[in-house]
Write a protein of this length. Structure first.
Length: 223
């Protein structure tokens, strides 16, 4: 078994488009050391003051990756998506350089399959996931929605009328609707975890978990 990757290990991000730049910026905010590379000098200069290190390089060339020290990283993110050929080649280069953990952006299911076969440890579909999330939000029933691969979801919403003013154990949320209220956010107060005796008011927001279908049905109840 290989050595465990440190939670604070530096991250190599390849590609400074919207996805790569957002990833690099957030990692920097989380105080992770980042080396972001892109073949575009304009993008490298744009992000040079917001990310720990930025370098102009063509990651399709394995020698260029060696020159920037890619082989010394334990974690890499392939944020290139506009060119499937480029993202696959870059991923293959990182595999050849024995980078232990490779995250790669895919624009389609077939693209993702190729990345996995080449050696990407994690494949993400940002456009698809964002589209699915928006589809749930545009109904106006939910304020936020995150779905996981095993049909488990978490959502933020206004509470339906039947659970307001009574304890959660009395409302029968879990027994009748198969969803669990995880927490409650009252105006001007910090988030609090829900308990059986928690009483939800008209002004509260709730965080619920359950299957995708159960949450959809629960969100459709009278408010």
């Amino acid at each position: 078994m290989g050595d465990r990757i440190r939670s604070d290990a530096p991250v190599l991000v390849i590609g400074l488009g919207r996805f790569g730049a957002a990833c690099s910026g957030e990692l920097d905010r989380l105080e992770r050391e980042v080396l972001a590379i892109d073949e575009s000098l304009e993008l490298v200069q744009k992000w040079s003051e917001r990310v720990t290190h930025t370098v102009q390089a063509d990651a399709r060339n394995i020698d260029s990756l060696k020159q920037v020290g890619a082989q010394d990283f334990q974690v890499a993110v392939v944020a290139v998506g506009s060119s499937i050929e480029a993202s696959v080649l870059i991923t293959a280069n990182l595999v050849d350089l024995k980078v232990p953990q490779i995250w790669a952006k895919a624009v389609s299911q077939s693209h993702g399959k190729i990345l996995s076969r080449v050696g990407a440890n994690h494949v993400v579909y940002p456009e698809r996931e964002a589209g699915e999330r928006v589809a749930h939000l545009v109904t106006g029933r939910m304020l936020d929605f995150i779905r996981f691969d095993d049909d488990f979801a978490i959502a933020k919403m206004y509470p339906p009328k039947f659970i307001r003013g009574v304890g959660l154990n009395e409302s029968g949320v879990r027994s009748k609707h198969n969803v669990t209220v995880l927490g409650v956010k009252s105006p001007g107060k910090p988030f609090r975890y829900a308990e059986a005796t928690t009483v939800v008011t008209n002004h509260d927001l709730i965080i619920v978990s359950g299957t995708n279908g159960d949450i959809e049905r629960f969100a459709a109840l009278d408010r």
